[in-house]
Design a protein around this ligand. Structure first.
Ligand SMILES: [Zn+2]
Length: 340
């Protein structure tokens, strides 16, 4: 079965279970909690190809209604305390987290969660907030789908290096191949590859494309300060948003302390909560765990797709469930985790 077919089946199941009120009869599973990881929530999806990974506001609201009715949204600090004390969190506990520091966290998300009194955590990639840069993965969507080139020739030593970009399917495949081949590289090599791609387009074209899609802009420090003042838990998502494990121990330390110092300089003391960029096993190592612990971090969040068992959970490897761009799929995922 194709991944898209699987997604659409899960979305349909999630919607049906929501309609049938499945969430009203979920059992309490002692010691279990789930942490949801969101990224970008946008008011309206104007361009499905570019914004396919962003969650639309009406879907986000549907999801929040179910969380309010059937789950208990607790703060990350509350879950950390339950894990430390090896006790059960409140029944059907959910923690809400947002990675990558998009401005929409401030302009769209904050008000929705505040209205429901739900605590949440925002993890900021410090250098991206500082410079106002875009995530390279978002830029790739713009360049590949809406850029002027219909053929890419990339002088890489491994993997596919030529891509036709005429059809939507070709562009999706090119995006996937380029993202996977850049994601877990040491920073120097990744930079060379990305600069090679950016170099194929004029700066004017890149700027014009970014201006057409403002939802991918990072928040400002002023917005981060406002979130913190409103009681949002603001944590660190590293300095330059690289996968940590492939870097040298010195580079890992620099990523973590550099982010800590910059966030502290701009918004004051922040929580000692960390979220691993990219978050999969390839981003995490013994070095990352040791350095984060030595620097006084209380927990680190991954994207390993699992739930928390507070009796056994390692605080430096908290799993999270990625919230896909559809409320139905997220709900189906939650039903699966809380039915047994
Ligand atoms: Zn990230």
């Amino acid at each position: 079965m194709s991944p898209r077919r699987g997604q659409s089946i899960r979305r349909g199941c999630g919607r049906f279970m929501e309609w049938a009120g499945a969430h009203r009869s979920l059992p309490n599973i002692p010691y279990r909690a789930a942490i949801l990881c969101f990224h970008n929530v946008i008011a309206h999806r104007r361009d499905p190809e570019i914004e396919e990974e962003a969650l639309e506001l009406p879907q986000f609201r549907r999801l929040l209604r179910v969380l309010r009715d059937a789950f208990q949204v607790i703060s990350l600090a509350e879950l950390v305390a339950a894990i430390r004390e090896r006790r059960s969190p409140p029944p059907r506990s959910i923690v809400i987290s947002f990675d990558d520091g998009y401005a929409t966290n401030h302009t769209v998300v904050a008000e929705e969660l505040a209205a429901l009194g739900m605590p949440w955590s925002a993890f900021l990639p410090a250098q991206i907030i500082e410079t106002g840069a875009r995530q390279w993965t978002d830029d790739l969507y713009l360049l590949i789908h809406r850029g002027s080139l219909r053929h890419l020739r990339l002088p890489w030593s491994d993997g596919p290096t030529e891509f036709d970009l005429h059809t939507v399917q070709q562009r999706r495949e090119a995006l996937h191949a380029i993202r996977e081949s850049c994601r877990y590289l040491p920073e120097g090599l990744r930079r060379i590859r990305l600069d090679g791609i950016y170099g194929l387009y004029s700066q004017d074209e890149i700027d014009a494309l970014r201006a057409r899609y403002p939802a991918f802009a990072p928040m400002t420090w002023e917005q981060a300060r406002e979130l913190k003042a409103a009681g949002v838990d603001v944590g660190s998502h590293g300095l330059t948003h690289v996968a940590l494990a492939p870097q040298t121990p010195q580079a890992i330390r620099h990523e973590i302390t550099g982010a800590r110092d910059l966030i502290q300089a701009r918004i004051g003391e922040h929580s000692r909560h960390f979220s691993y960029p990219y978050g999969r096993q390839a981003s995490i190592s013994q070095d990352t765990r040791i350095i984060l612990t030595a620097l006084g971090y209380h927990c680190a969040l991954t994207l390993e797709q699992s739930t928390v068992d507070t009796r056994t959970q390692n605080l430096m490897e908290l799993p999270r469930l990625i919230a896909p761009p559809s409320a139905g799929r997220t709900l189906f995922n939650l039903w699966q985790r809380f039915i047994r």
